[in-house]
Design a protein around this ligand. Structure first.
Ligand SMILES: [Zn+2]
Length: 278
């Protein structure tokens, strides 16, 4: 049995959650060269030039996320040196896709400055405090803020991987299909979860097609539609051909959150800028 919030915990936050799980002796470093993919190796070196020391680990099937078929790969260890973990259950093609997907998230964070969002800590505001605060947030906030970063990244990275490296994202699309079917059966009523579902529906429509093939529009809530339309307004132009600047990305996310009724000044981005123009 797994909780709703765990089930929905997106990529970018699973890294923080999994980080707290004690290491088991059978985790092991994986040599990315063994996959025999020159393009993946190239992508790895590019990401490593931005944030050095990226580790790749292969884990037993039940150690990556809660259900390996749903979360077959994750990045853990941030802030700090990232470790990409993937499930031994993936075949070679899916391993390449899964590792490339995680590396592309890192590229967007560290090359383009498209970071992750947290709620601001009022006390010292130091980086460690911010992320401890992240960890103490209820799952609904983790779900919503994580989904915003994931979806905005995915609008760019799917085509980025295909055009720059010739790497497809069939695995991600299967997971997105699965997520849409899950939210169709999810009964959570809190606003943040409903907003997050609207963001997932927006992503589904951009990457796959009409979401009404999976969930009934007439049964969706007002918060769902509010987030769906706000995502269209603020993130609708994002693509591989139209990558926002870091400044625009953060301003758009703050406007999106403001549309949902939250105060812009309550949020913070990681990685932090040397100069903060907001
Ligand atoms: Zn992702």
């Amino acid at each position: 049995m797994w909780s709703r919030s765990n089930h929905h915990t997106p990529w970018i936050y699973r890294r923080f959650l999994i980080r707290r799980v004690p290491r088991m002796p059978w985790e092991r470093v994986f040599d990315i060269h063994s996959l025999g993919s020159d393009v993946l190796t190239k992508l790895y070196h590019e990401a490593n030039s931005l944030i050095s020391g990226i580790r790749i680990e292969i884990l037993p099937a039940n150690r990556v996320g809660r259900r390996e078929e749903r979360h077959p790969a994750a990045t853990v260890g941030l802030p700090g040196t990232p470790t990409i973990q993937f499930s031994v259950s993936l075949d070679r093609i899916n391993r390449i896709e899964a590792i490339a997907h995680e590396l592309a998230h890192l590229l967007l964070m560290y090359r383009y400055g498209l970071g992750v969002i947290g709620r601001k800590v009022s006390r010292s505001g130091c980086k460690e405090d911010v992320f401890h605060y992240f960890m103490s947030m209820p799952g609904d906030w983790v779900f919503l803020l994580g989904q915003i970063a994931n979806t905005t990244h995915h609008l760019i990275l799917i085509d980025h991987l295909r055009n720059e490296y010739g790497i497809e994202s069939h695995l991600h699309c299967r997971l997105l299909q699965h997520n849409m079917r899950s939210i169709a059966n999810d009964n959570s009523k809190d606003k943040e979860s409903l907003y997050a579902k609207g963001v997932i529906a927006f992503e589904y429509e951009r990457l796959i097609g009409q979401f009404d093939r999976i969930i009934r529009p007439s049964t969706q809530t007002e918060p769902f539609w509010k987030a769906y339309h706000a995502a269209q307004e603020w993130f609708g132009r994002y693509s591989y051909q139209s990558i926002p600047t870091s400044f625009t990305y953060e301003a758009n996310i703050l406007s999106f959150l403001e549309n949902l009724g939250y105060a812009r000044e309550n949020f913070i981005f990681y990685p932090e800028k040397v100069c903060d123009f907001r």
